[in-house]
Design a protein around this ligand. Structure first.
Ligand code: SF4
Ligand code: SF4
Length: 77
């Protein structure tokens, strides 16, 4: 079974605290150089190598900002 993840971050709800960036073991999150409408630098996903571990979700203090998807695919033998 091939397990991968995907993370979605609402850039307008994000406060740019960086806790998710610190929590991510494969380091696939970073803070944007572009400010959101509230003047924060929101977290962004690079788009590859997320494992779906969920550590960023549990680290985020802003409810509803960050969603993690765990994708499972059965690989034929
Ligand atoms: S789910 Fe895990 S691997 Fe994926 S972005 Fe969050 S902390 Fe990183
Ligand atoms: S932990 Fe949440 S609020 Fe903080 S940077 Fe990450 S997504 Fe934004």
């Amino acid at each position: 079974m091939d397990v991968k993840g995907r993370v979605e971050i609402d850039r307008e709800l994000c406060k740019g605290c960086g806790l998710c960036v610190e929590a991510c073991v494969p380091k696939v999150l970073h803070l944007s150089a572009r400010l959101n409408a509230s003047g924060y630098t929101p977290a962004e996903y690079t788009g590859t190598s997320c494992s779906g571990c969920g550590l960023c979700f549990y680290a985020c203090p802003e409810p509803g900002t960050l969603r993690v998807w765990k994708l499972m695919a059965t690989v034929a033998a």
